[in-house]
Write a protein that binds this ligand. Structure first.
Ligand SMILES: [Fe+2]
Length: 198
């Protein structure tokens, strides 16, 4: 049973940081809620009904890794959005030293990291996500995934994920996806939360 989480802040809390109240009302209250409602309808009476979320995602990814099935799409998008809300904060967030060191070790500089993250999100054709992930060898890397796919499917740990579906940014940034992603990194990301997942 999927449950729409309460946000850790109000719908208008991110307004001054580039993500408006109307975006949040639609994104959390309608889009995320639809993944939860549709996922629950599909899960009811299925073999997956009482499994945990990550088991459902991985199991359905293995069943149908090319054109994802309805259970996968809705449950993975539920997981992605639960993480996305926690990855943002209206409080001023500074990057903890341990995370900064890991990023510089992996990408050469913070500026390179930002450039690569934005480029991944911009080059994701159509809907999807860009991610900062920790690989099985503990290196950090940047990936992009289409639709509801996420790092769990590729045995990676998601440290940071940015939703690049148009519903995430069109009301605030129109067609300027690069500006939306850069703003996400510079004004919205909760770096303490990201660092806690190292
Ligand atoms: Fe979304």
């Amino acid at each position: 049973m999927l449950t729409l989480p309460k946000l850790p802040y109000s719908y208008e809390a991110l307004q001054d940081f580039g993500m408006g109240k109307e975006t949040m009302e639609y994104h959390h209250g309608l889009h995320h809620k639809a993944y939860v409602d549709n996922g629950n309808k599909l899960l009811e009476g299925s073999d997956w009904e009482n499994k945990d979320i990550e088991e459902i995602i991985l199991g359905n990814f293995k069943l149908d890794s090319k054109s994802q099935n309805g259970i996968f799409n809705n449950v993975a998008q539920h997981w992605n959005h639960c993480e996305f809300w926690k990855m943002m904060t209206p409080k001023k967030s500074t990057m903890p030293g341990e995370l900064e060191k890991s990023i510089i070790d992996s990408f050469g500089s913070l500026s390179n990291f930002k450039d690569e993250f934005v480029a991944a999100g911009v080059s994701q054709f159509g809907s999807g996500w860009c991610w900062l992930v920790k690989d099985s060898d503990d290196r950090l890397s940047i990936t992009k995934t289409e639709n509801g796919l996420n790092p769990l499917c590729f045995s990676q740990k998601a440290l940071l994920g940015c939703d690049v579906w148009e519903h995430a940014y069109y009301l605030d940034f129109r067609n300027k996806r690069p500006a939306y992603i850069l703003n996400f990194l510079e004004n919205l990301t909760d770096w303490e939360y990201v660092s806690s997942k190292l």
